[in-house]
Design a protein around this ligand. Structure first.
Ligand code: RAM
Length: 358
């Protein structure tokens, strides 16, 4: 498998996240001495992405559904079409009405959904956050990769490409998005290592391609000397890559990086503007969240610090056994959830971007 030859930017870990594509085995840890519990043969999980149209979210949702299907469970995807907390509330209410076993949710706001999620929790629904965390009681967040590492490595990537110098900007998603805001916080921290790089603006495209394009154009007009843009969202980076590729002569000195789907970025990677970007496999993120929903809901694993999820290597496509331990969020991050972290962010370049089908 080609994936195994990829090296992580900083820690040189292999692409574990991608090596578990098609994960079909269960998370099997059982606390020693405890009565063995198993996942019942049916269950219902509401999958609530940031919105139902974002291709990244669709892949992640499919990962959740695939995990659920393995055990005979059903996944219902329900959310709005804009990235707001209000657009997600009806889906939480629907999960309660349907007596779902669990909700797997990518929150558009860290706290605004807590009143509705609290109602769900009181109705004995297991709450699993994925992609973008909620700061609500009883939550377990399935993090795609170490939050600090994601933010810092994007800055390091860009710094290497612009020789640590120049004006830079961030093209983000929704202004309230927990994940983007957490990454941006760590980007700012990392930028203190690069005194000749100046963050001049952060703009928000709401994970809507049209809005992303409008705010990008505003940015380019206002800051004609930008050396780099970091877009920590697949919608933002793909919109920017497309725009810059059609205006390459004007912006040939502008470098774009961030978090992108390799399938959306392949055309642009290696052109004047895009040299490298990062991501993980959103399908695997969804799979892990799906397994967590079933295992926690049925009491196989507890949502407790130190509890371990493991994937026995019994799945036909499982390349590498891996276990995940429940931890706290990074100290000082302000995130009260318990965390399970999927893997590490990976760097895609012209040399490897075509090897990936997501
Ligand atoms: C976008 C979404 C999502 C984020 C990815 C990287 O698709 O904002 O939340 O994780 O980008």
């Amino acid at each position: 498998m080609k994936l195994k030859s990829l090296k992580h930017l900083a820690s040189k870990k292999t692409l574990i996240a991608l090596s578990v594509v098609g994960m079909v085995a269960g998370l099997g840890a059982v606390p020693s001495g405890a009565a063995t519990k198993t996942i019942p043969s049916k269950g219902l999980v509401y999958i609530i992405p940031k919105d139902t149209t974002n291709p990244y979210e669709v892949i992640a949702d499919n990962g959740v559904k695939a995990a659920l299907k393995t055990e005979g469970w059903k996944g219902v995807v329900d959310s709005g079409t804009v990235d707001t907390a209000a657009a997600q509330e009806p889906a939480i209410q629907a999960a309660i009405a349907a007596k779902a076993n669990a909700i797997v949710i990518a929150a558009n706001d860290p706290k605004a959904l807590c009143p509705e999620l609290e109602k769900a929790r009181r109705a004995k629904i297991t709450i699993i956050g994925f992609d973008s965390d909620n700061y609500c009681a009883g939550n377990l967040f399935i993090n795609q990769a170490n939050t600090q590492e994601i933010g810092a490595s994007e800055v390091d990537l860009l710094a290497g490409e612009i020789h640590d110098t120049g004006q830079i900007a961030i093209l983000s998603a929704a202004a309230t998005a927990t994940n983007q805001n957490a990454w941006i916080g760590y980007m700012k921290q990392e930028l203190t290592k690069y005194p000749k790089m100046t963050l001049v603006a952060t703009v928000y495209g709401n994970d809507d391609p049209t809005v992303s394009l409008t705010v990008l154009q505003g940015l380019l007009t206002q800051y004609p000397n930008l050396a780099g843009i970091i877009s920590p969202t697949t919608v933002g980076i793909s919109t920017a890559a497309q725009y810059l590729s059609t205006h390459e002569s004007t912006y040939s000195n502008l470098i774009l990086t961030g978090l992108g789907l390799p399938s959306q970025m392949a055309t642009y990677t290696g052109d004047d503007n895009v040299k490298a970007f990062e991501l993980w496999n959103p399908f695997d993120l969804g799979s892990l969240a799906g397994w967590a929903a079933m295992e926690i809901n049925s009491g196989v694993v507890a949502n407790k610090i130190g509890a371990t999820f493991s994937i026995p290597a019994k799945g036909t496509k499982l390349v590498e056994a891996k276990s995940w331990t429940v931890t706290k969020a990074i100290a000082g991050s302000g995130d009260p959830s318990n965390f399970v972290t999927l893997g590490a962010p990976f760097v895609f370049t012209a040399a490897n971007v075509k090897d990936f089908n997501f």
